[in-house]
Design a protein around this ligand. Structure first.
Ligand SMILES: [Zn+2]
Ligand SMILES: [Zn+2]
Length: 79
């Protein structure tokens, strides 16, 4: 699967990390944008390359749209 920023094509690496508002730091692409510590789902992801926010599913480029929707629908909403 090809993952890169839809705005500048920056590619996340295995060692790339994002910080949640709960201060947990992890690779958001390991969990489809869901913080493993507090369970919050980040539907938008900030690019470390261009500093712009993009919808998380827009980062996936070889994913059939129907699968992307199923993944998003299976995520529980944050209370
Ligand atoms: Zn969190
Ligand atoms: Zn970018």
């Amino acid at each position: 699967m090809k993952i890169y920023c839809p705005k500048c094509t920056w590619e996340p690496h295995a060692h790339s990390r994002w910080r949640c508002t709960c201060r947990h730091v992890w690779n958001t692409f390991d969990t489809f944008g869901r913080c493993p510590a507090c369970g919050y789902v980040w539907r938008e992801t900030k690019c470390p390359g261009c500093k712009h926010w993009s919808a998380h599913h827009d980062w996936y480029h070889d994913l059939p749209p129907v699968d992307a929707e199923r993944i998003l629908d299976s995520e529980p909403a944050h209370p």
